[in-house]
Design a protein around this ligand. Sequence first.
Ligand SMILES: *Cc1c(COP(=O)(O)O)cnc(C)c1O
Length: 382
Amino acid sequence: MIQSVNPVPAFDIKQQYTTIEAEVSAAVLEVLASGRYIGGPMVEGFEQQFAAYNGVTECIACNSGTDALYLALRALEIGAGDEVITTPFTFIATSEVISAVGAKPVFVDIDAMTFNLDLEQTAAAITPKTKAIIPVHLFGQPVDMTALMAIAQSYNLSVIEDCAQSTGASWDNQKVGSIGHIGCFSFYPTKNLGGCGDGGAITTNDQAIATKLRILRDHGSKIRYIHEEIGVNSRLDALQAAILQIKLRYLDIWNERRRAIATYYYQFLSQIPVLTPPQELPGGTGVWNQYTIRASGEERNGSSAKYRDWVRTQLQERGVSSMVYYPKPLHLQPVYQNLGYQPGDLPVAEQTCHEVISLPMFPELTEEQLNKVVYALKDCLG
Ligand SMILES: *Cc1c(COP(=O)(O)O)cnc(C)c1O
């Protein structure tokens, strides 16, 4: 067995910081000296730059990706008695906000190749109570937005894109978050555009929705101390905005590097029969927040989850870290027992949770580290 002196981490955000340390330090000190810590020119500047980057007219910065999704539902006045369709194979935040506004999440199975919502089943799940669809561009891979918008339009539904993992991705040359009615972004440190703390943003081309969002994020208030509705406190700090302004300038370079890494992985991993590496749909340009493969060889270890865990142990022993996003689908989470889903209801998502392994993926991965990952997989599986 190879002794791992320097294990390859699944992600490494400290290293990215060292490449832009001088710029970030100067910007942070400038904010500290300015005395404008909440709102102000840094935040407004970032909102304008992020809107321009995504090709939309409006950007509303807020405290997190979760808040962005919550505020989007509130702005669309979705609540008790309404249904919102989404995927069971995502982070809990996507469906948590549906429950938080009092609406009912309706989970639809995923497509095995893209890990994203199955659009035929999405159309079939629409009822008179359905008000919106929340597609997630999972792992940075865009949903077929042409097909999804056609479904939404024919049933007069709103589309809120969960772009938390896909900042910079595009479908048919349009940035995700600019195609649906509202786009929701997260600047959590491990996302493609990550701050040094929590942060989020909402994009839209609808000025009326934007106005509502600005009121909701600021305690339901347009004029100070006059409150029109129950809102929240969800603002982006000036410090985060200053850091994000700098990082936005590097985002395309970093995403290109992620794409090159994905191409490299595909070239080698598609030759290993028990592995299924991810592929892009024609029309989609993904940004690979995660590089997630399937390991399916249950005959070797009795069950698919055990086989996947065995592969991960083999990788760990060869100095390669990996992650499981996500081990349990949302429709089978304890918190959603009241919705009445049973194991077997959404079989593709359930099987996927047993098979997935997310390999090291971040722009600063070196050739040597990539070789180590590929060699480790070939060594134990090839
Ligand atoms: C990270 C994430 C969120 C939530 O973002 P936060 O900024 O952590 O609140 C929502 N949806 C998906 C798919 C995510 O990955």
